[in-house]
Design a protein around this ligand. Structure first.
Ligand code: ATP
Length: 382
């Protein structure tokens, strides 16, 4: 523990968890500041639930320690930890009404003013007057809000949320995300959310830890992770990226000039995460690409490549283009529906160009993620 550790921060220090031969979590270190909304994001099996379960005390780390503020909580029993967990299957007591479900923890701890506390919390989750209902008389979203109320009423230092909205349909899920963010802002507790839903993490969290194969892949704000991914995995797990194979060309102080099939592509130095030499990926997001048939309109300081439109799909908010580059690779470009302008059709020769600042470079040795296709952006941003 260093002296500058913020009070109340949750710290995971060099934690490893093995189940037999499986390493579920591999030397993970994270600091989760007090009062933040922190998301652990990753695909199924990356170790995110195991991480949360170790914080909750439901699993013991094979090695490493967990601190809450100055206190080492690694060996504390789950119910002695100042935390609460909300799981996907809300596990409300079916025989108790909403009021008694929420009051349960307060009664156990012999708290005063139980009725007032429960009413306040039910207002917070927008269920005033629902105290007499049984869980079976509530919708999924309402049950989930009761589960949240039951966790928050105990005023834990940290609230752990393991895919809490996983059982809800998409519409309700989006609605609950807004609720969750509002509640977190209002109560100011530390929320640690585990999810495989990139949009959920981007929408809710102040900071996201992307996990892959038990390891921390990248840590940062939603904007940092989206705009400046450090690995091909992050570039394609959060949204969609076009990754072009190339080589390190010229190195300047402020930029790398990559060679992509004979095209000079400029990458700002602070977005260059490629090794000093050899194969690299040059990346750019679909919505950062401009598409034009007028080559003369391309600003001189933009990166540019010619191609041919192979597919144009109108999606309402814009048009999604699939463009084949001279060496056969297809990339995706997204043009916002800003005016009733001409939409390009399949077969047209075009120039794709983009601001240098929107280019990033990654290690080309990482397994090539699949080229993005139209279906990849369903439910994703933009
Ligand atoms: P999901 O989103 O599918 O829950 P996850 O990212 O939360 O995935 P974990 O549940 O943490 O992943 O699992 C990480 C790895 O550890 C997986 O390979 C899993 O099979 C393994 N694992 C988890 N719990 C156990 C256990 N009790 N015994 C053996 N292996 C386990």
């Amino acid at each position: 523990m260093t002296m500058d550790t913020p009070t109340g921060a949750l710290q995971i220090v060099e934690v490893t968890k093995r189940f037999g031969k499986t390493t579920a979590v591999d030397d993970l270190s994270l600091t989760i500041p007090e009062g933040s909304f922190f998301a652990i994001l990753g695909p199924s099996g990356c170790g995110k639930s195991t991480t949360l379960r170790m914080v909750a005390g439901l699993e013991r780390p094979t090695s490493g320690r967990i601190f809450l503020g100055e206190r080492d909580i690694t060996d504390l029993r789950p119910h002695h930890r100042p935390l609460n967990t909300v799981f996907q299957n809300y596990a409300l007591f079916p025989h108790l009404n909403v009021f008694e479900n929420v009051a349960f923890g307060l009664r156990e701890r012999r708290q005063k003013d139980i009725a007032a506390k429960v009413e306040t919390i039910l207002e917070l989750v927008q269920l005033p007057g629902y105290g007499d209902r049984k869980p079976a008389q509530l919708s999924g979203g309402q049950q989930q809000r009761v589960a949240l109320a039951r966790a928050i009423v105990n005023e834990p230092q940290v609230l752990l949320l393991d895919e809490p909205l996983g059982a809800l349909d998409l519409r309700l899920r989006r609605q609950m995300q807004i609720e969750l963010k509002r509640i977190q802002t209002e109560v100011g507790l530390t929320f640690v959310l585990v999810t495989h839903d990139q949009e959920e993490a981007l929408t809710l969290a102040d900071t996201i830890a992307v996990m892959h194969d038990g390891r921390l892949e990248q840590l940062g704000s939603p904007v940092e992770l989206y705009e400046n991914p450090r690995t091909a995995f992050v570039a394609n797990f959060l949204g969609t990226s076009n990754l072009l194979s190339g080589e390190v060309g010229e190195r300047r102080d402020d930029a790398l000039v990559a060679d992509v099939a004979g095209h000079r592509i400029v990458v700002p130095a602070d977005r260059n995460h490629a090794p000093p030499s050899g194969r690299i990926y040059v990346g750019v997001r679909p919505e950062k690409l401009h598409i034009t048939t007028e080559e003369s309109q391309v600003p001189a300081d933009h990166n540019a490549i010619q191609g041919q439109v192979v597919d144009a799909s109108f999606t309402g908010i814009g048009t999604q283009y699939q463009v084949r580059l001279p060496w056969g690779q297809e990339v995706m470009a997204f043009a916002q529906n800003l005016s009733a302008g001409i939409r390009l059709a399949a077969g047209e020769q075009v120039t794709l160009h983009w601001d240098v600042a929107h280019t990033f470079a990654l290690d080309g040795a990482e397994e090539a993620p699949l080229a993005p296709t139209a279906k990849d952006t369903v439910g994703a941003r933009p």
